[in-house]
Design a protein around this ligand. Structure first.
Ligand code: 5GP
Length: 209
């Protein structure tokens, strides 16, 4: 019997290293499906429409939102972001595990609607280190850095309700911890239908394990 897919929801303040860690997780577990979000922000260099995001106008986004297209949506740093519901539901139904890279407001909505999801929050080792990393990227103006730091403080207050907290000080350790959270999720009884059935029937054998 095929198990239902696991929704692995990952949030982090900007600059905590989430993109790197998600990239490493997807490299190690290529079977992961990825929820491609819609956004109203402009594509960055190298980003592809339909692969990194579906890039939409605000009017189109709002139209889709009104039609119930999104499992969740939020305004982040002045742009709208949303998770299309249908592809995610289909991947999970087919037993595929799905990664979500979404902000804390969206994660909270999924906590209500996707009861079985696993929520991981990636933290920087300190706010000072986060600031150092944001400046080091050389991507953002002073004003943007100040706004990202303000947002980070607010986001960090939400971390306590997540299932797992991964501190990204050393990236190899953070990767180990993130993969451990995922592997632990796959070991839950609800993800082992064959094993449960075998146990019920008193017929535990190698095939079920
Ligand atoms: P960026 O514009 O840097 O790619 O993403 C900015 C923030 O938006 C990140 O925190 C990212 O996790 C969040 N985000 C990306 N897609 C979605 C989405 O579909 N829903 C929500 N709520 N947040 C998203």
């Amino acid at each position: 019997m095929r198990r239902h897919g696991i929704a692995l929801v990952i949030s982090a303040p900007s600059g905590a290293g989430k993109t790197t860690l998600i990239g490493r997780l997807r490299e190690e577990f290529p079977h992961f499906g990825y929820s491609i979000s819609c956004t109203t922000r402009a594509p960055r260099d190298g980003e592809r429409d339909g692969a990194d995001y579906h890039f939409l106008t605000r009017a189109r986004f709002e139209e889709l939102r009104e039609s119930g297209h999104f499992a969740e949506w939020a305004e982040v740093h002045g742009n709208l972001y949303g998770t299309p519901l249908a592809p995610v539901r289909e991947m999970l139904r087919q037993g595929q595990d799905v990664l979500f890279d979404i902000d804390v407001q969206g994660a909270r909505q999924l906590k209500q609607s996707l009861g079985e999801a696993v929520f991981v929050f990636i933290l920087p080792p300190s706010l000072a280190e986060l600031e150092r990393r944001l400046r080091g990227r050389g991507l953002d103006s002073e004003e943007t850095i100040a706004r990202r730091l303000r947002n980070a403080r607010a986001e960090l207050r939400e971390a306590a309700w997540y299932d797992y907290l991964v501190v990204n000080d050393d990236v190899d350790t953070a990767h180990d911890h993130l993969r451990a959270a995922y592997v632990a999720a796959t070991l839950r009884p609800l993800c082992r239908p064959d094993l449960l059935r075998a146990l019920e029937q008193g017929a535990l054998d190698a095939a079920a394990v």
